[in-house]
Ligand binder design. Structure first.
Ligand code: CA
Length: 226
């Protein structure tokens, strides 16, 4: 099904150019040339995505975004002037999903649009839950539940558990886990993963009497679902 996209941009040539590209990609496109018109359209019609320029006549893009967010969750990509760091920060604070600086390559804009649309469709799908041995990890709510009880984990503990559960029955090497959990630029101790595994075992295995994370000597860790 075609996605309905609203372009709010006072520079007519940019609006027209982006419109043609989006139509070419199979989308339905609507346009508004000032903030007031953009806000009216955004509120009166259901779009799958809104491209919103920051510098607009009548009502600026940030104000338009703020008012849209009072009523709607429509994904919004802001178009900001080059180096307008404040606009980016304010835009994200005000609830923009992404931003792109002008002048932009159309391929980059189209790629960002695809990501934003995919994220949106993900929200309406079933929730993403993984369950192994009475341990349920809810990706959307960022929660871990064991026998109805919420287990408080730090971000890194959660990421580690998530990696192991997504890759169930596959032995993951410490280095791989470290890169995923701590980032590729992590320069700290290599036994950091052992430390997080210990924390997880204290919070889950020991507390609930479950044997969840198994050590594979000399290699790494695995969670098996048998
Ligand atoms: Ca403008």
């Amino acid at each position: 099904m075609a996605n309905k996209i609203l372009i709010v941009e006072d520079e007519v040539n940019i609006a027209r150019f982006v419109e043609l590209e989006l139509i070419h990609e199979g989308n339905e496109v609507d346009k508004a040339y000032d903030g007031r018109e953009g806000l009216d359209k955004a509120l009166s019609s259901d779009y799958d995505l809104i491209l919103l320029d920051v510098m607009l006549p009548k009502l600026n893009g940030l104000e338009v975004l703020r008012r849209i967010r009072m009523e709607k969750e429509t994904p919004v990509i802001m178009l900001t002037a080059r180096d307008a760091v404040m606009d980016k920060v304010s835009g994200l604070d005000a609830g923009a999903d992404d931003y792109i600086t002008k002048p932009f390559a159309i391929e980059e804009l189209l790629a960002r649009i695809r990501v934003a649309l995919k994220k949106k469709s993900g929200v309406t799908q079933a929730t993403h839950k993984l369950t192994i041995k009475e341990v349920t990890l809810d990706e959307d709510r960022h929660e871990v539940i064991v026998r109805g009880e919420n287990v408080e984990l730090t971000n890194r503990e959660f990421e580690l558990l998530h990696m192991l559960m997504v890759n169930k029955n596959i032995v993951l090497q410490r280095e791989k886990l470290m890169n995923e959990v701590c980032g590729y630029d992590y320069m700290g101790e290599t036994n950091i993963i052992d430390v997080y595994v210990r924390y997880l075992r204290t919070k889950i295995d020991d507390k609930f009497g479950i044997k969840l994370i198994q050590t594979v000597r000399g290699v790494g860790y695995v969670i098996k679902d048998d």
